[in-house]
Each structure stands twice: as structure tokens, then as C-alpha cells.
Design a binder for this molecule. Structure first.
Ligand code: ADP
Ligand code: MG
Length: 231
């Protein structure tokens, strides 16, 4: 089972990970009320469907004025988005997520999953952010770093170093990355998830890490302890 991006980001936030400020919209009438939380009019409208590849399919729109925001949100509601993950019938957009636009310096890939075959925890990291990881695995397998370890309470320093080595971070970002990696790991374990994927994880123009897209999957066989996020 998958949850929507905004639900995944709420969970990440709860576990201490950096995510942009955002608001979920169920109806066009809510837009002007909900955007009062933002300090900027540079916003991104993101279609909430259970599929990736929204950017290329018209499911992500950057707007700079309230006028454009209203125009683009009304275009987006009810739209059928066809991405490489939806199949030819596409998926209808019933919810939108509006968030602050980030200024992107770099885009990376980071995920944490349960590797069933070896019963280990695996982190996957890559500098090829924003691309589908399966594609990177086919075209540039050397750009994918896998770090596997037995389930334990804390991530060892050498594993942490291996996860982040391709990112070439400065010391402030290393601290942020350590915190983020612990957040993702704790979320995976404590919420019985089998995948937490951040794609892209970005470095902003002001040199901070931020999770720009998030996917969390739950094992259908696992005991699901948190029904509130099913809503
Ligand atoms: P998908 O993976 O479904 O295409 P993403 O959330 O990864 O959707 O968005 C696609 C691209 O849109 C990102 O790689 C990024 O370049 C841009 N983007 C997404 N959210 C934001 C944001 N808040 N600010 C700026 N750019 C964004
Ligand atoms: Mg993405």
C-alpha cells in the first residue's frame, strides 16, 4: 500500500526530516484560505496521485502569482494524468498539494528499504536525483550506492559515510544528512514501512538539504499500526 506525497511528507516531518511548507487542497474553494500559511507567492502545485513521473505529465506546476495559482489549480483538479506509472488509462486528480517553491542547487536520490532476500536494511543513494532509480540502475549502475546492514538500533558511522559519500557534502550538510538518514530509518522501522524514498532530495541555493518528493510504501502483510494515515 502506498500513501500520497503529502501524507509521506507529514510523516517525514513528524520524524524530524526537512520538507517544504505545504497545504493539501481537496476543493478549489479552499485555495485562498489555505495559502495564508505561506510567506511567498512562489508556489508549486502538485497533483496527488499514486504514481510518479508527474513532472513530465503536467502534474507539477510552478506559479508566481495568486492569479496563476487559481488558474492552474482549477486546470489540475479532475485532470486525468497519464504517466509511465499509471498505465494508459491514467489517474484522476482529486487532491492537490501546494507547497513553497524551493530553489534547487542539486538533486539527489535517497531511499531506505527492507531487503527481503537478505533480511537486511538497505539504503540506496545516488547523485542522479529526479530520475527513476530503475532507469539509473539500467543506464548508469555505477552511480548507485547500496549500503546494507543487519537490523539494529543505530546506523554505524561507516554505513552512514558510505550512504552519503557520493553527495560530497560540507560539514553543515553532513549533520543534516545524518539527522535525515536517522529520521528515514526510524520511520521505516517504527511505522512498518518497507520503502521510504526521497526523490529528489535536494540541496537548496542556501545550501540546506530538503526532501522535495517522498514515497512511502507499506508491506500489505505487516501489522498496520497507524490507520490515521490511511485517511
Ligand atoms: P514526480 O517524481 O512525480 O515527477 P516530484 O515531486 O519529484 O514529482 O517533482 C518533479 C520535479 O519538480 C522535481 O524533480 C523538481 O525539479 C520539481 N519540484 C517538485 N517540487 C518542487 C518544489 N517544492 N520546489 C521547486 N521545484 C519542485
Ligand atoms: Mg519525484
Amino acid at each position: 500500500m502506498n500513501i500520497h506525497e503529502y501524507q509521506a511528507k507529514n510523516l517525514l516531518k513528524e520524524f524530524g526530516a526537512p520538507v517544504p511548507k505545504g497545504a493539501v487542497i481537496y476543493d478549489i474553494k479552499e485555495v485562498l484560505q489555505k495559502i495564508k500559511i505561506f510567506d511567498t507567492s512562489n508556489l508549486v502545485i502538485k497533483a496527488q496521485i499514486h504514481a510518479g513521473g508527474r513532472g513530465k505529465a503536467g502534474g507539477i506546476k510552478l506559479v508566481k502569482t495568486n492569479e496563476d495559482l487559481i488558474k492552474e489549480t482549477s486546470n489540475m483538479f479532475g485532470k486525468i494524468l497519464i504517466t509511465h506509472q499509471t498505465g494508459p488509462q491514467g489517474k484522476k486528480v482529486k487532491r492537490l498539494y501546494i507547497e513553497e517553491a524551493s530553489e534547487i542547487q542539486k538533486e539527489f536520490y535517497l531511499s531506505c528499504l527492507v531487503d527481503r532476500a537478505s533480511s537486511k536494511i538497505a539504503f540506496i543513494s545516488s547523485t542522479e536525483g529526479g530520475m527513476e532509480i530503475e532507469k539509473v540502475a539500467k543506464q548508469n549502475p555505477e552511480k548507485i550506492i547500496k549500503t546494507k546492514f543487519e537490523l539494529k538500533d543505530e546506523i554505524a558511522d561507516h554505513d552512514f559515510e558510505n550512504i552519503i559519500k557520493v553527495f560530497k557534502l560540507d560539514s553543515k550538510q553532513r549533520n543534516q544528512a545524518k539527522k535525515l538518514i536517522n529520521s528515514i530509518f526510524n520511520l521505516l522501522i517504527q511505522r512498518d514501512a518497507n520503502l521510504v524514498e526521497i526523490n529528489p532530495l535536494i540541496i537548496t541555493k542556501s545550501a540546506n538539504l530538503c526532501c522535495l518528493d517522498a514515497k512511502i510504501s507499506f508491506d500489505d502483510n505487516a501489522m498496520f499500526r497507524h490507520p490515521e494515515i490511511l485517511k
